[in-house]
Write a protein that binds this ligand. Structure first.
Ligand SMILES: Nc1nc2c(ncn2[C@@H]2O[C@H](COP(=O)(O)OP(=O)(O)OP(=O)(O)O)[C@@H](O)[C@H]2O)c(=O)[nH]1
Length: 305
């Protein structure tokens, strides 16, 4: 399918408390292919994105980590990432659980939304409607809309698929007019590339949790299926300063070597075949601003320009 003239494209941040159903919804929106792969990884620690095509629109979803009160350093980084996603996205979807309603956690998110994501369309998606009676749903809708001026409210069951098409159609209209962000042929193996990048990023984080700022991104540059049944994966690790490069490499390259080994082992297990992994570290001071780099997974994100 070639890109239509009336194309639209944009980023959609799915936010909500842990367990709200964000991953389930993302998988529904994007399709079976992504759901198969994302089920295998720890989605709570990853910002998995998927790309959906709806009519002439390309919708790029960010599945943020659950928003909660951060304690550990890594948690804080994740929450910051979740919020940066929400603030920079073209559209925000707040997912809540119908049977839990307006919890303290949801109240905290609404407060923060006011501060951090003003002027964005924010849709309310009340999920798990299969668990409550319709009268309760109406009352909840009123209560939530009194608490925050949502652009639109959807009642859905991510698990059963109810209402999901409506939400996706609405998102397709809300994302800005403009060219698609991903070429069509990249969408197919995007999930695998993202997951591979996320696995390496996780190993880096585990290894460097004290020293490394989370301003680091991993991209899968190439993915080559070899005739002998093995896979060659080349990844770039972007840091924002020269000093960070030294930290990632470690003394005599021992850090990067350990990260590479750990990542390769997990990728090999995940893919069920031998993986040859090649990592390269690059300094890129402006990666936060580089929109064209969003073709891969990472903490970088749309700056809304
Ligand atoms: N009954 C019901 N359960 C649902 C629905 N959608 C999701 N769930 C369940 O809710 C649980 C949490 O769903 P996830 O998609 O993992 O939630 P999440 O928001 O991604 O969770 P975190 O990754 O922890 O932030 C899972 O057990 C889902 O099966 C729904 O529409 N109805």
């Amino acid at each position: 399918m070639t890109q239509p003239e009336n194309s639209r494209a944009g980023f959609v941040a799915l936010i909500g408390e842990p367990n709200a159903g964000k991953s389930t919804l993302l998988n529904r929106m994007v399709g079976a292919k992504v759901s198969i792969v994302t089920h295998k990884v720890q989605t709570t620690r990853a910002r998995i994105r998927g790309v959906a095509l709806e009519g002439a629109s390309q919708i790029v979803f960010v599945d943020t980590p659950g928003l909660f009160r951060p304690r550990r350093r890594l948690d804080r980084a994740m929450v910051a990432a979740a919020w940066s996603g929400a603030a920079d996205a073209d559209v925000v979807v707040l997912l809540i659980e119908a049977h839990r309603g307006l919890t303290e956690g949801v109240e905290a998110i609404l407060e923060a939304l006011n501060e951090r994501a003003p002027d964005r369309p924010v849709a309310l998606a009340i999920n798990k409607i299969d668990r409550v009676k319709s009268e309760a749903l109406l009352a909840l809708t009123e209560k939530l809309n009194a608490a925050y001026p949502f652009t639109k409210t959807f009642m859905i069951s991510a698990e059963r698929g109810h209402g999901v098409d409506h939400l996706r159609e609405w998102l397709a209209q809300e994302v800005p007019a403009g060219p698609w962000l991903y070429p069509e042929d990249q969408i197919a193996d995007l999930p695998m590339r993202m997951i591979a990048a996320e696995i390496t990023r996780e190993k880096l984080t585990l290894r460097l949790h004290q020293e490394l700022p989370y301003q680091l991104t991993v991209e899968t540059e190439s993915w080559e299926e070899r005739k002998d049944g093995t896979v060659r994966i080349d990844q770039l690790i972007y840091v924002i300063r020269d000093g960070h490069k030294g930290i990632v490499l470690g003394n005599k390259g021992e850090t990067i070597k350990a990260v590479s080994q750990a990542s390769r082992a997990e990728l090999t297990e995940f893919l069920g075949r031998t993986v040859h992994l090649f990592l390269q570290v690059k300094v890129r001071p402006n990666w936060l601003e580089e929109r064209e780099r969003f073709s891969e997974m990472g903490l970088d994100f749309n700056d809304g320009d």
